[in-house]
Design a protein around this ligand. Structure first.
Ligand code: ACO
Length: 155
């Protein structure tokens, strides 16, 4: 599989993968906003024919503090292409760009507390830790784990 930076023409394919994989879906302008504001942080995985089989959509949060950090809004890989290491590669590329291009000190994300596969990816494979639990974060009332990884001593 080829993994590369997401381009504006990938947004439809990314949105389609998102619709198939996750209940949290977004309007096209949300995808467009990320791809145009932080064009170096979102990546796609494509199959032999150039179809999008996975993506990571990420941004930078500057907040009110001086601390710059990255945030992963959404990542998913089509069922047919899971457990091949694609999500790990997508996350590592985005994290590296956050650290090197934006000097982000850490990266954060939210994940459903029942999402065992994603939590294993973040915690066991990538080294994230649970920073907080946000009660009823999701539309259906499920809690979110807020997870965080320090980027300052990235290899
Ligand atoms: N069960 C247990 N551990 C898992 C699983 C699973 N089903 N899937 C991945 N992992 C862990 C393993 O440690 C795995 O390493 P291993 O295969 O060597 O054991 C490691 O994560 C890396 O796995 P990848 O192959 O890189 O992960 P994959 O490409 O399959 O994608 C993902 C993982 C994105 C969670 C996928 O299952 C998916 O798309 N799920 C539905 C959408 C989703 O839940 N997205 C995350 C929502 S939270 C957010 O977007 C911020």
């Amino acid at each position: 599989h080829n993994i590369r930076l997401a381009r504006p023409e990938d947004l439809m394919g990314m949105q389609a993968a998102n619709l198939e994989n996750l209940p949290e879906n977004y309007l096209m302008k949300f995808w467009m906003y990320h791809a145009t504001t932080w064009p170096q942080l979102s990546f796609v995985a494509e199959d032999e024919k150039g179809g999008i089989v996975g993506y990571v959509l990420a941004k930078i949060d500057e907040g009110d503090s001086k601390e710059v950090h990255g945030h992963v809004n959404s990542i998913s890989v089509l069922r047919s292409h899971r457990r091949l290491g694609l999500a790990k590669k997508l996350m590592l590329l985005s994290q590296e760009a956050m650290a090197t291009i934006y000097k982000a000190q850490y990266v954060s994300l939210h994940v459903r507390k029942s999402n065992k596969a994603a939590i294993a990816l973040y915690r066991d494979t990538l080294g994230f830790e649970v920073a907080d639990i946000e009660k009823k974060y999701y539309g259906d009332g499920e809690d979110a784990l807020k997870m965080r990884l320090n980027l300052e001593n990235m290899p």
